[in-house]
Design a binder for this molecule. Structure first.
Ligand code: SAH
Length: 454
């Protein structure tokens, strides 16, 4: 093997120049990058090389010789080790600046001339998550909850998850203690044996309703009645307990089949004055206060007057569709998860909305079909998963040519790619507004408006 500029176990002093999109400090030795967890730009640091690859190395921060003015005391090293809060050592205003800068860098690389506004942040950037999916594993012979260390299969026991609603942390401990009391075995990944794999909890920020999902390898769970009775006795907010079956040896958390154990098959919450039912398998934004900020930006960007036909692609349980329906003539939603489409239809009914229709299918297929039917949309709203828009979707936009596209993105890399493709059809992106949905983490959410001169 060719010699690398630094070797494993070497110790050296470096100056940190940059932060990766994963929040790792980057230092260079003769142009060879060293990635250092917890190091910030401008800092001089003594590091220990843990892994040296051909083109880059990973190093551990040992001591800091100078510190960045943006450094704050991290809450707990565990949050960096697990990736729960990889930016916890960076002051919150600097986190917001980092996110806008990431988008600007990607635009520059893609030769896009789109202004990026300052990130809209939270007043209290912790305890915000309304959902948790916590792995359960046997540690010292006991079912234990925590989080995996990054790039490993080792569970780090944790009780305070920092960025989750503290009531969710409490609920996880209640379930863990019941599993311990009744000796219900946790799942074992190595052998695909054992029973309880994950505890998923959702809590409505506005409603305070709670749903508990036990993800199990088998339908048969010892002491199931006792677990349900124990949960409802300890947690009066619980309105729903569900058993989810996931038999396979996989990293995917939820299986496709569920069985009701207690209460309703959904929980309810509200956003911007509308009520929403949320089923266990449906997507729901995890940061409720910032979701209101995000949706307000999207609705304003759409510039609705009550006359418009709106397509909401990737519509989930209809949160954006129903918010827009109040200001539009007609809204068409499309979504791939059947439970989410059923929730969206029910949510329209709950809110007395009669001008929103939801179609089950792949956005790329349904968009092609709408194009062939000659559907005209004034506003196309898209909120795709990380992989962004499918090429067939973009092609259909190029024929339908809605005058305005509002793009909500959770991945600036695919956003930049898709903006470039839409520019090919005569669209121009006027601005991108980042909204911080995930404080202490490196995830970047944003709203971009694209218009097309007719
Ligand atoms: N706009 C909604 C949901 C956004 S998340 C909200 O704000 O709550 C993205 C959604 O896209 C998820 O509900 C996911 O199930 C759905 N999805 C993923 N791939 C899809 C595809 N190819 N076609 C349609 N929907 C898809």
């Amino acid at each position: 093997m060719a010699k690398t500029p630094v070797a494993k176990n070497e110790e050296l002093t470096v100056t940190v120049e940059d932060l990766t999109y994963e929040g790792m400090g980057v230092a260079k030795v003769d142009g060879y990058p060293l990635f250092i967890d917890g190091a910030l730009p401008g800092e001089r640091a003594v590091v220990h090389v843990v892994k040296a690859e051909k083109k880059f190395a990973f190093a551990r921060l040992k001591t800091l010789e100078t510190t960045s003015p943006d450094r704050v005391t991290p809450r707990d090293a565990a949050y960096t080790q697990t990736g729960i809060a990889p930016l916890q050592h960076l002051a919150y205003p600097a986190q917001l600046a980092f996110k806008a800068a990431q988008i600007r860098n990607l635009y520059k690389k893609a030769h896009l001339d789109v202004p990026v506004k300052e990130t809209l942040g939270m007043a209290q950037p912790s305890g915000y998550r309304n959902k948790a999916q916590i792995p359960v594993r046997m540690v010292n012979g006991q079912p234990t909850t925590g989080f995996y260390k990054r790039r490993s299969h080792e569970l780090l026991p944790l009780e305070d998850f920092y960025i989750q609603d503290p009531k969710i942390d409490t609920a996880v401990l209640v379930v863990r203690d019941l599993l311990r009391r009744y000796g219900v075995p946790a799942y074992d990944e190595a052998t695909n044996t054992g029973v309880i794999r994950h505890i998923m909890v959702r809590r409505g920020y506005f409603s305070h309703q709670m749903m508990i999902v036990l993800v199990s390898r088998t339908w048969a769970v010892p002491y199931l009645d006792e677990l349900v009775a124990g949960i409802t006795a300890a947690l009066p907010e619980v309105v729903s307990i569900v058993l989810n079956l996931n038999e396979r040896a996989t990293n995917v958390i939820l299986g496709k089949k569920t069985q009701m154990l207690y209460g309703t098959p959904y929980l309810e919450d509200s956003l911007l004055g509308s009520r929403f039912r949320i089923s266990p398998l449906s997507f729901y934004q995890v940061n409720p206060t910032q979701t209101e900020v995000l949706y307000t930006q999207a609705v304003e960007a759409a510039g609705l007057t009550g006359q418009e036909v709106v397509i909401d692609a990737y519509s989930g349980i209809g949160t954006i569709s129903l918010t827009m329906a109040k200001h539009a003539k007609q809204v068409y939603g499309v979504e791939i998860v059947p439970e989410a489409v059923a929730d969206a239809r029910e949510n329209a009914r709950l809110n007395g909305v009669t001008n929103a229709e939801f179609v089950l299918g792949k956005a790329e297929d349904v968009m092609q079909a709408w194009k062939e039917e000659g559907l005209h949309a004034d506003v196309l709203m898209v909120d795709p998963p990380r992989k962004g828009l499918a090429p067939e979707f973009v092609a259909a936009v190029g024929v339908m040519l809605p005058p305005k596209v509002v793009y909500v993105s959770c991945n600036p890399a695919t956003l930049a790619r898709d903006i470039a493709a839409l520019q090919g059809f005569g669209y121009k992106a006027t601005a991108t507004q980042p909204v911080d949905m995930f404080p202490q983490t490196t995830s970047i959410e944003s709203v971009t408006v694209l218009t097309r001169a007719e």
